[in-house]
Design a protein around this ligand. Structure first.
Ligand code: DLL
Length: 447
């Protein structure tokens, strides 16, 4: 990040790639239009799948006169990636692909993504930008507990932190007791992990008698799964750091598509010099009004190996156009509430697991470890919240029953749904090593 500069405003120190992150909205729009034209032309010429789709709506390269015309182009979905498995959406010969990553996928074949050397350089740059946006600085020790491997979290954060000039500790996930020791002994200032794994680290540290909140940890770069403001508060308190949200997905890049800034801590700056962000109604596919909740759709502007046109992320958010106090001009996507395909519909009430998390965390006598179990009884879906109580509250059967009744009442008043509550003993709910499993859906279980 050699173009980065330090700015001092209002006593706070920010670190910007000044030219790219603070350009005027007009300059940004002009850059986007130019880049979109060349990216669409490239996809049209090199990827038969995109050519067929674009031709079907009468689009030919060179046609695009304004950014608003993007809304008339077809979406790309995960199914398109599946149908063209493994390399069918690549816009370069396989030999020019420097690296492959893949999503784990719960069933069948994974989703495969590829990067040219230039793509890897872009990713590294945007991840370095994201870390700086969170407040990381050259010389910081970055403890990287994102999984290394086909998952993009580990290597993505790794190269970005190196580019920023940090000292990277490439631990990956797992062996949590050793992680606690390394964070303390190496003096980590930045922790990169999923929020659920960060919580696991905090809990393990407490068990080992290590108070990480008193150490040099300053910043948590937490993402890859939905989390809540309540979880932020908990992580900040237990780890003694500023917990910031990072967003990304392998189909578009990996981590580093959008990052919350340390200055405002409210919404994630989407890096609009490289991506176009839209929010649509997931039912109709039409754009929602500015600032309204919708499914995030992303178009890449500069990716070589895997250009994406209007990729439907399934992630629900709002795109916020209001200026940010940090001075960056890139619009913010608000905390992802969940995936449209993870929305639960329980007896007519629509809700995301993160809403239940927000209602549960911070409730007295509960520990922040939970899973949601969905079963079908007759024609109705039934939701059971399995949540741990802290040591003292789960001591007797009577205490557990009283706590369950109180939590049931609390949830009914907060989310309008009566669900069964199963109070678990400390340690009974499985701990996360990466992306937490929040929902056990037994409706689809084999007979
Ligand atoms: O999770 C990339 C990543 C790694 C992001 C590390 C942040 C940190 P995938 O495995 O392809 O890539 O999963 C992408 O994870 O579509 C969202 O549903 C979810 N997700 C990612 N970041 C967030 C976040 C990585 N901050 C999918 N909040 C996305 C909520 C998130 N959900």
């Amino acid at each position: 990040m050699d173009r980065a500069r330090r700015e001092s405003e209002g006593g706070e120190e920010f670190m910007f790639d000044r030219a790219a992150e603070t350009m005027s909205r007009d300059a940004l729009a002009a850059l986007q239009l130019e880049r979109l034209r060349s990216s669409l032309a490239r996809a049209y010429e090199r990827v038969p799948h995109h050519r067929r789709r674009l031709a079907a709506v009468g689009f030919a390269p060179g046609d695009l006169a304004a950014l608003s015309e993007l809304a008339g182009l077809p979406f790309t979905t995960k199914d398109d990636l599946r149908e063209t498995y493994p390399f069918g959406l690549f816009a370069v010969p396989r030999a020019e692909v420097a690296r492959l990553h893949a999503s784990s996928g719960t069933t069948g074949k994974p989703t495969v993504v590829g990067y040219t050397r230039a793509d890897l350089d872009l990713w590294t740059e945007l991840m370095a930008r994201s870390l700086a946006c969170a407040g990381a600085r050259p010389g910081d020790v970055v403890h990287n507990a994102y999984g290394y491997g086909l998952f993009t979290g580990g290597l993505g954060a790794h190269y970005g932190a190196e580019r920023l000039g940090c000292t990277v500790v490439p631990v990956s996930g797992g062996n949590t007791e050793r992680q606690v020791m390394l964070i303390a002994d190496f003096g980590a200032a930045v922790l990169c992990a999923t929020p659920s794994y960060a919580l696991n680290i905090a809990e393990t540290a407490r068990r080992q008698g290590v108070d990480l909140a008193r150490g040099p940890l300053r910043i948590g770069v937490f993402g890859a799964e939905p989390w809540s403001e309540e979880m932020r508060r908990l992580l900040e308190e237990r780890l003694g750091l500023a917990a910031l949200d990072i967003y990304g997905l392998s189909e578009i890049l990996g981590p580093g598509v959008a990052m919350e800034c340390a200055a405002a801590k409210q919404g994630l700056h989407g890096w609009e010099d490289h991506f176009l962000f839209e929010a649509i109604d997931p039912e109709t596919g039409r754009p929602v009004p500015e600032g309204a909740a919708g499914e995030l759709v992303i178009t890449t502007l500069t990716k070589e190996a895997l250009p994406m046109i209007r990729y439907r992320t399934r992630d629900m958010t709002r795109v916020e156009a209001a200026p940010c106090p940090c001075g960056r001009t890139h619009r913010r996507i608000m905390r992802i509430t969940g995936r449209s395909d993870d929305m639960l519909i329980i007896r007519g009430v629509n809700l995301y697991p993160s809403q239940i998390e927000a209602a549960l965390l911070g409730y007295p006598a509960l520990a922040p470890h939970y899973q949601l179990v969905i079963e079908r009884s007759g024609a109705l879906d039934r939701l059971t919240v399995e949540i741990e109580a802290d040591e003292t509250a789960a001591a007797t059967a009577e205490a557990r029953a009283a706590l369950a009744a109180a939590v049931q009442h609390h949830l009914r008043s907060r989310i309008g749904l009566t669900c069964a509550i199963a109070i678990k003993a400390p340690g009974e709910v499985p701990r996360s090593q990466g992306k937490a499993v929040r929902v056990r859906d037994l409706r689809r279980a084999a007979p």
